[in-house]
Design a protein around this ligand. Structure first.
Ligand code: IMP
Ligand code: MG
Length: 181
């Protein structure tokens, strides 16, 4: 029995459902930025670590010149609840002044992590900033963060897989699930 078989995983979003949605998001992003970039690249910023799987799939569905960068944030608190105290643990490798920026996130829960990041990136004067998030828990989005390109709105359950972890595990699960035991 493999590692995943030994866990009780309640599938919320299957691989094929995710793939279809990511393809649609990529097509939508391509259409929206096609006339806007004027020869420049779209800077896709992945929030480490949770976004790495979504980012890898999404950028391959964006038919435009793309540059990929990463930023790492950690939010203090217990394992499953954000405290709102955010620390930038790894910065971008290049300036974003004058660039069209697409933030790529795994999930917007309380919105506090994203609120902090948006405020931080705005001070660097990009040409524009938009947010793509695979998941959103709308019942929890207290910081009022607006997701421009949303994969799925989900109920308020702790989910794992497709990049999302529980105590650093399950990021390699190919679908989104709730761990029931
Ligand atoms: P926020 O500041 O509450 O919006 O927290 C967002 C961050 O918390 C995400 O980037 C995730 O890393 C993590 N997170 C929130 N909900 C979940 C979940 O259901 N599973 C795994 N990680 C989560
Ligand atoms: Mg995250």
């Amino acid at each position: 029995m493999g590692f995943f078989d030994q866990k009780n995983l309640d599938v919320m979003l299957s691989e094929s459902v995710i793939a279809a949605r990511v393809a649609a998001l990529g097509a939508h992003i391509t259409k929206e930025y096609a006339g806007k970039l004027a020869g420049d690249e779209l800077v896709c910023i992945g929030i480490l670590k949770g976004s790495f799987v979504f980012l890898a799939d999404l950028v391959r569905k964006i038919d435009l010149p793309v540059v990929v960068d990463f930023i790492a944030l950690s939010s203090y608190g217990d394992a499953t609840e954000s405290s709102g105290v955010v620390q930038l643990t790894q910065d971008l490798s290049r300036p974003i002044a004058g660039k069209h920026v697409l933030i790529v996130e795994d999930i917007v829960d309380t919105g506090l992590t994203m609120k902090y990041l948006l405020e931080n990136l705005h001070t660097r004067h990009p040409a524009s900033i938009a947010l793509a998030s695979l998941l959103e828990k709308p019942t929890k989005n207290t910081a009022g963060v607006k997701v421009d390109y949303l994969g799925f709105s989900i109920e308020d359950k702790f989910v794992v897989g497709y990049g999302l972890d529980a105590a650093s595990r399950f990021r390699n699960l190919p679908y989104i699930a709730v761990v029931t035991s």
